[in-house]
Design a protein around this ligand. Structure first.
Ligand code: CA
Length: 232
């Protein structure tokens, strides 16, 4: 999906940033609907057909993190957070609340557009293909039915837990999955704090899937936040 076809809700109370982004995205052909307050944004999300939401976190009437679940109830467009909050816990909070990606201000318009494209590719891939039982990309193939994993055509033997960890990352390839989300999905809700499980199993997975585990090609670390499966 090209940016020129998009209807974008831009939630940003800073007049200067709002105007720069609106101009740049409109120049790329998108239709930008601006909102400065959370309440208005929620109403627009309920009434409009949106393809993407760009969300600042410091809003005059509410915290953007609290707005994320409300937006998700109102529409199914992916949400990219654009915020000056740069601390890891703040990124984790937004991603855990359901944001699809996070961009720290200041950022360039090219980077924003690249993140927009990758978020849209991902959300397009995740929804309309129900029988996606196989992932194949960059020499890595994962069969969700047989649990077989191959690297450059060669089978890789994974333990059931290693497979589950890889499967969570592969199903949302490209997206940062927080430590907490990974622990919950792989080990269960009582293990959300057990970061050491993740470290151990990620090391094992890298040793099986990466040519050089110290410089991983697939299983990327987002320091303090989580992991993502790299897709170019
Ligand atoms: Ca703000």
């Amino acid at each position: 999906m090209a940016i020129r076809d998009l209807q974008i809700l831009l939630i940003e109370d800073d007049t200067h940033i709002r105007s720069i982004l609106t101009t740049a995205l409109a120049a790329a052909g998108a239709i930008v609907i601006p909102a400065t307050r959370g309440k208005d944004a929620h109403r627009i999300a309920s009434e409009s057909k949106l393809d993407l939401v760009l969300l600042d976190l410091g809003l005059p009437d509410m915290d953007g993190v609290a707005l994320i679940p409300l937006l998700q109830q109102a529409c199914d467009a992916p949400i990219i957070v654009i915020s000056a909050r740069f601390q890891e816990q703040q990124k984790v909070a937004a991603l855990d609340a359901g944001a699809d990606d996070y961009l720290t201000k200041p950022f360039g318009i090219d980077e924003l557009q690249a993140r927009m494209r990758s978020t849209l590719r991902r959300s397009g891939r995740a929804t309309p293909r129900p029988s996606r039982s196989r992932y194949e990309h960059q020499g890595l193939s994962v069969d969700f039915d047989t649990h077989q994993v191959c690297l450059a055509g060669k089978p890789v033997h994974l333990t059931p837990l290693e497979f589950r960890l890889l499967a969570v990352l592969v199903r949302q390839a490209g997206k940062v999955i927080t430590h907490r989300q990974l622990l919950r999905e792989v080990w269960g809700p009582h293990h959300e704090e057990d970061d050491h499980y993740l470290r151990i199993y990620m090391r094992q997975l890298r040793s099986k899937l990466e040519a050089n585990p110290a410089q991983p090609r697939f299983l990327l670390n987002e320091p303090g936040v989580g992991y993502r499966l790299f897709v170019e």
